[in-house]
Design a protein around this ligand. Structure first.
Ligand code: PHE
Length: 343
């Protein structure tokens, strides 16, 4: 009889040293100890051969054997399950800190545009919009640039093959025509947006860039109004100490001018940016040509107005002292992230 006790003790001791290392080994362990033909069951069946006075002792031995086998099995089983979940990425730890959600930042071109819009809305301008795929009439003809006009050469663009007469607008000036066609003076709008040029012809580094158009039409609008408006803008935008208007030519304004702001040449950067002149050109402008007013149904004897068109990229470079315009279009977040706090 001591045999069976020794056997049970031995089983208990062996059980303590078992450590199945894989789910398969654990299953073997379960069948061996806890299965319907397992050792625990077999040893329990020996109970009837145990003399009455030792049955209690044997029962206790069996209990701890069964309990320990079961405990070991459960612990290892949950361990393997957790491992499998981890591997599948399913483990859920409710106490872990959350994944940070990346918050985007505004593009420097957008920040610059917002500033421009903000300054002009303060002066009473409202924002107008027009299509990027424009028709020939609004982009060129209405703006006093008929088909054979040499000024078209400077603004070659992309034409829509399936839709003759449709093109990617070369400037925001067609919005002038659209607004004049549908509104009565006084008109005071700015029109920001994307414009396109054929880069093999234009000197721009990109086929696509951004402009803001301005248009003011009322009775008695003069060149002095244009100059004062642009001076105010330059001072608000850049704190520019002075501006300069150089005579220029656009088919849709007469007289026409280009506006430079004074940067000076005291730094290497300004020297380079202004090509050694101290002046940086930022826009084209002029008094709206009476012919353009007439083209768009406005009485040029009663009304006069001014218009301007400015590039945004160049102003962004100046504002943030960015050395290379290509940085604006490479979409490198390490670069773009720097402007999040700007506005
Ligand atoms: N549309 C002109 C350009 O793109 C700029 C301009 C706008 C000039 C309005 C005068 C008046 O170069």
């Amino acid at each position: 009889m001591s045999d069976i006790f020794a056997q049970a003790q031995q089983t208990l001791a062996t059980l303590a040293t078992e450590s199945p290392a894989t789910p398969e080994a654990l299953e073997t362990f379960r069948i061996h100890y806890l299965g319907s033909k397992g050792v625990v069951k077999a040893l329990m069946e020996e109970m009837r051969n145990v003399p009455n006075e030792r049955k209690r002792e044997y029962g206790q031995l069996m209990n701890s054997l069964k309990q320990q086998a079961e405990e070991k099995y459960q612990t290892l089983k949950s361990g393997f399950e957790a491992q499998a979940d981890n591997a599948a990425g399913l483990a859920l730890d409710l106490t872990a800190p959350g994944e940070p959600l990346p918050v985007g930042s505004r593009h420097p071109v957008a920040v610059t545009l917002n500033r421009i819009v903000e300054i002009f809305t303060r002066m009473g301008f409202s924002v107008a919009d027009g299509p990027e795929i424009e028709d020939d009439w609004h982009n060129f003809t209405a703006m006093n640039t008929p088909e054979d006009h040499p000024a078209r050469d400077m603004q070659d663009t992309f034409y829509v093959v399936d839709a003759p007469g449709m093109l990617l607008r070369t400037h925001t000036s067609p919005v002038q025509a659209r607004v004049m066609q549908h509104r009565k003076p006084p008109i005071r709008i700015i029109a920001p947006g994307r414009v396109y040029r054929n880069e093999t012809i234009s000197t721009r580094s990109h086929a696509q860039f951004h402009q803001v158009e301005g248009l003011y039409i009322d009775e008695g609008v003069s060149f002095a109004d244009l100059k004062q408006t642009l001076l105010y803008f330059a001072q608000e935008m850049f704190g520019a100490p002075k501006i300069r208007l150089r005579p220029s030519f656009f088919p849709f304004t007469e007289p026409s001018a280009e506006m430079d702001i004074w940067l000076g040449m005291d730094t290497e950067k300004n020297y380079r940016l202004t090509k050694g002149t101290g002046w940086l050109e930022i826009l084209g402008c002029g008094m709206v040509d009476p012919q353009v007013l007439e083209n768009c149904g406005i009485d040029s004897k009663k009304y006069s107005g001014f218009a301007f068109g400015m590039g945004i990229e160049r102003q962004a470079l100046r504002l943030y002292e960015i050395g290379d315009i290509r940085l604006l279009f490479e979409n490198d977040v390490r670069f773009l992230r720097q402007f999040s706090a700007a506005m």
